[in-house]
Write a protein that binds this ligand. Structure first.
Ligand code: UDP
Ligand code: MG
Length: 328
């Protein structure tokens, strides 16, 4: 049996966009789980369920307001307009940061198994600061989504982006992780690739993902491709490095091409003007791509610098300090 820390205050952060069909179904499920965890003394009874209305155009906000009047566990914030799922989750987490000990982000459509929160909280009591909710299967996905998603995770890893395989945005984070996360100032968000950068002890909890309980997905292919592209371009400058490498290879080939053209000209296998043109084409092709790659390296560095990410994060000290985990 784990020795529990003083019952932590949990905030569940739930982004909602046009979810009038599903919210009345899932809200009681969240409340049930919070009540259960509080009764088991795993979380504080002061825990909250925070709905983030992401500029919905339907009755989502009135529903959230009504829920908050009905039960004090339900609270809500509304974004001034639709900003997208990632921004809605971030807004909720930042709102929760100084008011909770742990936060769990989860979609509002019941696709992610709500009961997986219990093992997540247990893992927190065992000393983990981040607990990733990982899908144990993709049976509820179409063949297309399953194949593209798996290929994408592999590709991200090749690009040097650290993501937990089959983890989306169902995750527990401790308050100190959130406080450090607040120092990541980037605007193009790909949260699942950013949290691993914060570090601290982490683990995964496996669950099987269900079908949406009601309503429709708000992630059409276009939005999904946008998120997929953000995942690479926000966290990796490897594509630029690849241009530089390609430039180097083309330069070498170009150099070989120049020598070949000269040899052909000297051995009289060419017509007048051929060798000089081939030499110029080979030489310029290589030099141009190499130069582009070098400039790209600087652009990439500038890009990373503009994010002003924390340069280091300290997790432990051997001495007691009121500010136990300071930054920079
Ligand atoms: N969502 C949001 N803003 C958006 C789109 C979606 O807050 O612009 C929320 C949505 O209400 C849900 C979660 O993000 O809670 C995931 O969206 P959805 O279920 O439509 O995506 P899918 O599960 O199909 O990928
Ligand atoms: Mg969904």
């Amino acid at each position: 049996m784990t020795a529990f820390k003083a019952e932590p205050v949990l905030w569940i952060v739930i982004p909602c966009y046009n979810e009038e069909a599903v919210l009345p179904e899932t809200a009681p499920m969240f409340l049930k789980e919070v009540t259960h965890l509080a009764e088991a003394k795993k979380i504080s009874p002061d825990s909250r369920i925070l709905f983030v209305n992401d500029g919905s155009r339907d009755k989502t906000w009135p529903i959230i307001e009504a829920l908050s009047k009905k039960d004090e566990h339900f609270i809500g914030i509304a974004q001034s307009r639709n900003r997208g799922h990632q921004n809605a989750v971030l807004a909720g987490l930042m709102e929760a940061k100084d008011r909770c000990d742990i936060a769990i982000s989860i979609d509002c459509d019941g696709q992610d198994d709500i009961t997986a929160m219990e093992p997540m909280v247990d893992a927190y009591h065992d000393g983990c600061d981040i607990v990733y909710g990982v899908r144990s299967d993709r049976d509820s996905d179409t063949w297309f989504k399953r194949t593209t998603a798996q290929g994408y995770y592999r590709f991200l890893n090749k690009m040097g982006v650290e993501v937990v395989y089959n983890h989306a945005d169902y995750r527990l984070t401790s308050n100190r992780v959130l406080n450090h996360f607040a120092d990541f100032h980037e605007v193009n968000l790909f949260l699942r690739g950013m949290f691993p950068l914060v570090g601290f002890k982490s683990t995964s909890v496996y669950y099987s993902r269900h079908e949406r309980l009601a309503g429709e997905s708000h992630y059409p292919l276009k939005k999904m491709l946008g998120l997929a592209f953000d995942g690479i371009s926000s966290l990796s400058v490897k594509p630029i490095t690849m241009i530089a490498q390609l430039g180097f290879i083309i330069s070498l080939l170009g150099f070989a091409g120049v020598i070949w053209a000269i040899v052909m000209a000297l051995t009289g296998h060419t017509i007048a003007g051929w060798a000089s043109i081939v030499c110029i084409v080979c030489f310029l092709g290589g030099i141009q791509l190499l130069s582009l790659g070098i400039i790209g390296e600087y652009v990439g560095k500038t890009y990373m610098e503009t994010k002003h990410r924390p340069r280091y994060i300290i997790s432990d000290r051997t001495w007691e300090d009121s500010e136990d985990d300071q930054k920079q």
